[in-house]
Design a protein around this ligand. Structure first.
Ligand code: DGJ
Length: 739
C-alpha cells in the first residue's frame, strides 16, 4: 500500500499522499488549521508554502493572540480548512453557529489533536464511499474546539490507495450544557491560492438535465445550489474548477462532488486578492439544527478529485470510484438487464391484454425484463390520484388475472419483472391522505402547493417511512419482483412537519433526506436480489447519494437521441456509464417531436444501460428485426459499454459532429461512436483521433478488417465520413487487438 498520512511534528504539517495526489494542511499561528496544497503527488513537503505576512487594512487580526498582535496575520485571507462565522473571516464560512442561551452568533475552531485510522469509518444513515479492504485507505481525523461554545469539530479526510481523491466530511459534537444552533454546517471547504481556474457546472431542467457550462469566476461569490429538497435537474451536486484552457486530455482540474441528494450548496468565492474558496454541503437555506448537549451532527461527505491530465481523466476517476466504492450490492459489476418499459408505450392507459402484446413481442427479441411503470396501484388512471396507496389496482389488470399473474407470465417467458413506485409522494385523492392528512408536508392554515397534482410525504417522520416500507414489502412479498424503479415527481414546498416542535422545523429538509435514505437502505437490505433504479422525473436526482442505494438511474425523461447526446455527455462528466439508463423510444419523439432512425436512437442508447420504451406491438417486422440485431450487438458488447473506460472526443456542446469511445481496461478492445447531427450540403470531412489505446498494439476493425497500430489511430486518426443527405446519423466502429 502506498497511501500515507504523515504528521511532521516539528513543523505541524499533515501530508496525505498516494501514488497520484498530495493533500497538505498545517497548524498555523493561533492553532488555526490552514490549507497548504491539493494537487499532484509530491515526495515530501518542506514548507514551500509558508503563508506570507502582510498587514492589510480592514482584514482583522486573530482574537486571543498571545503577546503582541501580529498585524500581518488575518483569517480574512489565510487559506483555511474550515472557517467559522463572525470571528474575523469575512468570506463565506463553512460553519455558522449560534449559542441558544445568549443568542450570540459566532464560531472559531482551533486545532486540538488528531488521529489517523486505517480504513474509513462508517457514517451512520448517510450514503458514502466505503472500503473493501482495510488497508486500501487511511483516514485522518482532526479535532478542533471552539472553547467558548465547548463544541468539538471533527474533520475527516480519507485517502485511498491509487485513487486521485480525498473524501472529506465534518462532525460537530456539543460538549456543553446548552443547545447550540447550527445555522450552517458545510461538508468541507477548500481554499486555493490565486489561480486562473474557471468553473464548470451542470445546470438543466426536467427533460434537459446536466448541460455543461464553463464560466469565468468573477470577484465575489458564485453559487450553484438546490433549494428544492432534492439534488434536482436544475443544478447537479457536482462542480469542477478547471484550467482556462482545459481539454479532455490536458490541463489541471479539481472536481467537487457531494454525496447527498437533498438541498445542496456550492459557493465559490474569489476574494479580494484573487484566492478561491470552495465550500460545499447541505444548503443553509431552510436549514437550522438544534444540537442538544452531548448530541452530534454528521455532515454528508464530499469527494474532491484532482487531475493534471484533463477532464476525461477527472471523469474516469469519478466513474471508477462511484462504480467500485459507492455503488453496492450484487449488481455493481453485473450485466444490467435490457428492459422494455411500458411508460411511453401506454402511459396510464393499459390493461393486461395491451401489456401482454408488448411482452409477446419483446421476449423473442432477447429483451430481458419487462417493467410495469406508473398506473398499477390504488385507483390510478392518471396522475391525479392514488400515490401512497401501494396495493394493486385490481380492476386494471383483471383481464390477465392480476399483477401476480402478469409477473408469472413474464417469468414464464424467461424475462424478469420490474415495477414502478413513487414512495415519497401522496395524492390528496388517496386512502392514505384520507386517513393521515398530516402525513403530507403542510403548514396549518396555509393552502398546499400542488405540483403534478401531488404532495410530498413527511419522510422526516419514522411512522410515515414505516407505513410506506410495510406497504412496499406487502407487494414484494406477494409478487415476484426483480427490479424497482423508484421515482420522485415533484419538489418540496411547505416544508413543515407536524411531528416536530416549532424550534426544529429547520431540520425537516435534512430529516426528510435521512428518511429517504433509511427507506432505501431497508429495502435494499431486505431485498438484495432486487435491482433498484433511481428516477426523479428522469434524472432529477442523479447524484452520488442515490447511487449508494441504487446502482443505476433513469438519465432523463427526454428520450430523443439528439437531446440525449448532450444529456449523456454532461452526465458522464461525473457519473459512470453503468449508472446511466438509456432507452430507445418511438419516433417522432414524444418530448421533441423529432424524427430519427432506429439506428440513431439505439446508437445513442448503446452508450449506457440499454433499454426500450415503445409499443413493440405497433412496429413492423423489419423494425423488430432491427431491434433484435441491436440487442444481439449489445449482448456481445455490454461489458465494454457498461464498464469500459468512457472517452469523450467531440462534444455536442461545441460541434455538429460528436464522438465518444469506449476502451476496455486492458486496452485490447475499443468501440468508437461518431454522430452527425445535421446534414450539410458541403460537409466537412472531420477526423477523429482515438484516445487511450496502446501505441504498439495492432488493432483490427471487426467489420472491414482494416488493421492499424494504436499510434496511427491516436495520432493520424480516422475520417468520419458523413452519410449524405441525412440528418441524425451514427457510425459505430469496433476494434480488437490482434497483436
Ligand atoms: C417520471 C419518470 O421519469 C417516467 O419515466 C415515468 O416513470 C413517469 N414518471 C411515470 O409517472
Amino acid at each position: 500500500m502506498t497511501v500515507k498520512i504523515n504528521f511532521d511534528e516539528q513543523h505541524q504539517i499533515f501530508h496525505l499522499t498516494n501514488q497520484k495526489i498530495s493533500y497538505i494542511l498545517g497548524i498555523e499561528e493561533g492553532q488555526l488549521l490552514a490549507q497548504l496544497y491539493f494537487g499532484k503527488k509530491i515526495t515530501s513537503y518542506h514548507n514551500s508554502r509558508r503563508y506570507p505576512r502582510l498587514d492589510r487594512g480592514f482584514s482583522p487580526n486573530l482574537a486571543g493572540q498571545p503577546a503582541e498582535i501580529d498585524r500581518g496575520f488575518s483569517k480574512d485571507v489565510l487559506p483555511q480548512e474550515y472557517s467559522g462565522n463572525q470571528t474575523g473571516d469575512y468570506r463565506q464560512t463553512a460553519i455558522n453557529l449560534t449559542d441558544d442561551v445568549n443568542g450570540a452568533s459566532a464560531a472559531d475552531f482551533r486545532y486540538a489533536d488528531f488521529k489517523i485510522v486505517s480504513g474509513k469509518p462508517h457514517l451512520k444513515g448517510l450514503p458514502q464511499t466505503y472500503i473493501e479492504k482495510r488497508d486500501e485507505a487511511q483516514t485522518l481525523i482532526i479535532h478542533l474546539i471552539d472553547a467558548t461554545l465547548r463544541t468539538s469539530l471533527y474533520l475527516s479526510y480519507t485517502i485511498y490507495d491509487q485513487r486521485a481523491v480525498i473524501i472529506k466530511s465534518a462532525k460537530l459534537v456539543n460538549n456543553s450544557d446548552r443547545i447550540i444552533r447550527i445555522d450552517k454546517i458545510a461538508s468541507a471547504q477548500l481554499d486555493l491560492p490565486k489561480n486562473n481556474f474557471d468553473l464548470i457546472s451542470l445546470y438543466g431542467a426536467h427533460v434537459n438535465e446536466r448541460q455543461i457550462q464553463k464560466n469565468e469566476l468573477p470577484f465575489g461569490i458564485t453559487e450553484i445550489s438546490s433549494r428544492r429538497g432534492s439534488s434536482s435537474h436544475h443544478f447537479n451536486p457536482f462542480i469542477a474548477l478547471v484550467d482556462k484552457h482545459i481539454s479532455e486530455t490536458s490541463g489541471e482540474a479539481i472536481g467537487v462532488q457531494l454525496v447527498y441528494s437533498g438541498n445542496h450548496q456550492f459557493t465559490i468565492e474569489k476574494d479580494y486578492i484573487q484566492q478561491l474558496r470552495i465550500i460545499t454541503g447541505i444548503n443553509e437555506y431552510g436549514f437550522n439544527w438544534q444540537l442538544a448537549p452531548t448530541a452530534e451532527f454528521q455532515t454528508p461527505e464530499v469527494i474532491f478529485a484532482y487531475t493534471d491530465k484533463g477532464l476525461n481523466d477527472l471523469s474516469l476517476t469519478y466513474h471508477k470510484l462511484l462504480r467500485e466504492r459507492v455503488a453496492r450490492g450484487k449488481f455493481k459489476y453485473a450485466k444490467r438487464p435490457i428492459v422494455i418499459n411500458n411508460w411511453e408505450a401506454t402511459y396510464f392507459d393499459f390493461n393486461a391484454t395491451k401489456i401482454k402484446a408488448i411482452i409477446d413481442k419483446a421476449a423473442p427479441l432477447g429483451i430481458e425484463m419487462f417493467v410495469l411503470d406508473d398506473g398499477w396501484f390504488g385507483k390510478r388512471d392518471d396522475d391525479k390520484s392514488s400515490l401512497g396507496d401501494w396495493y394493486e389496482y385490481v380492476d386494471k389488470l383483471s383481464d390477465g388475472g392480476g399483477l401476480a399473474n402478469l409477473a408469472e407470465m413474464v417469468h414464464k417467458k424467461n424475462m424478469q419483472f420490474g415495477l414502478w413506485f413513487e414512495p415519497e409522494m401522496i395524492s390528496a385523492d388517496s386512502k392514505l391522505y384520507r386517513q393521515h392528512p398530516d402525513y403530507a408536508l403542510t403548514i396549518d392554515n396555509r393552502e398546499m402547493t400542488p405540483s403534478r397534482d401531488q404532495y410530498v410525504l413527511d419522510f422526516s417522520r419514522d411512522e410515515v417511512v414505516d407505513n410506506i416500507f410495510n406497504q412496499i414489502c406487502q407487494i414484494l412479498d406477494t409478487v415476484k419482483i426483480d427490479y424497482i424503479k423508484w421515482d420522485m415527481n415533484r419538489h418540496l414546498t411547505e416544508v413543515y412537519s407536524h411531528a416536530l416542535n416549532n424550534t426544529k422545523q429547520g431540520e425537516v429538509y435534512h430529516r426528510y433526506m435521512l428518511g429517504v435514505y433509511d427507506l432505501a437502505e431497508r429495502l435494499v437490505t431486505k431485498y438484495p436480489d432486487i435491482l433498484f433504479e433511481g428516477c426523479s422525473g428522469g434524472g432529477g436526482r442523479f447524484d452520488a447519494g442515490m447511487l449508494y442505494y441504487f446502482p443505476q438511474s433513469w438519465t432523463s425523461d427526454n428520450t430523443d437521441p439528439i437531446a440525449r447526446l448532450k444529456i449523456q455527455y454532461g452526465t458522464s462528466l461525473a457519473y459512470p456509464l453503468s449508472s446511466m439508463t438509456a432507452h430507445v423510444s418511438a419516433s417522432p419523439n414524444h418530448q421533441t417531436g423529432r424524427q430519427t432512425s432506429l439506428a440513431m436512437r439505439a446508437g445513442v442508447a448503446f452508450a449506457g444501460v440499454l433499454g426500450y420504451e415503445l409499443d413493440l406491438s405497433k412496429l413492423t417486422d423489419d423494425e423488430l428485426k432491427t431491434i433484435a440485431m441491436q440487442i444481439a450487438f449489445y449482448q456481445k458488447h455490454w461489458q465494454l459499454l457498461q464498464y469500459g473506460d468512457f472517452k469523450r472526443i467531440k462534444s455536442p456542446f461545441e460541434e455538429n459532429e460528436v464522438a465518444w469511445e469506449f476502451v476496455s481496461a486492458n486496452q485490447e478492445e475499443v468501440m468508437l461512436f461518431n454522430y452527425r447531427i445535421l446534414s450539410e450540403a458541403q460537409p466537412s470531412f472531420s477526423i477523429t483521433k482515438l484516445t487511450g489505446l496502446k501505441d504498439n498494439y495492432l488493432y483490427q476493425e471487426t467489420t472491414t478488417h482494416h488493421q492499424y497500430y494504436g499510434d496511427e489511430l491516436m495520432n493520424v486518426g480516422l475520417y468520419d465520413a458523413p452519410v449524405a443527405k441525412q440528418d441524425f446519423t451514427v457510425t459505430i466502429k469496433h476494434f480488437k487487438k490482434i497483436k
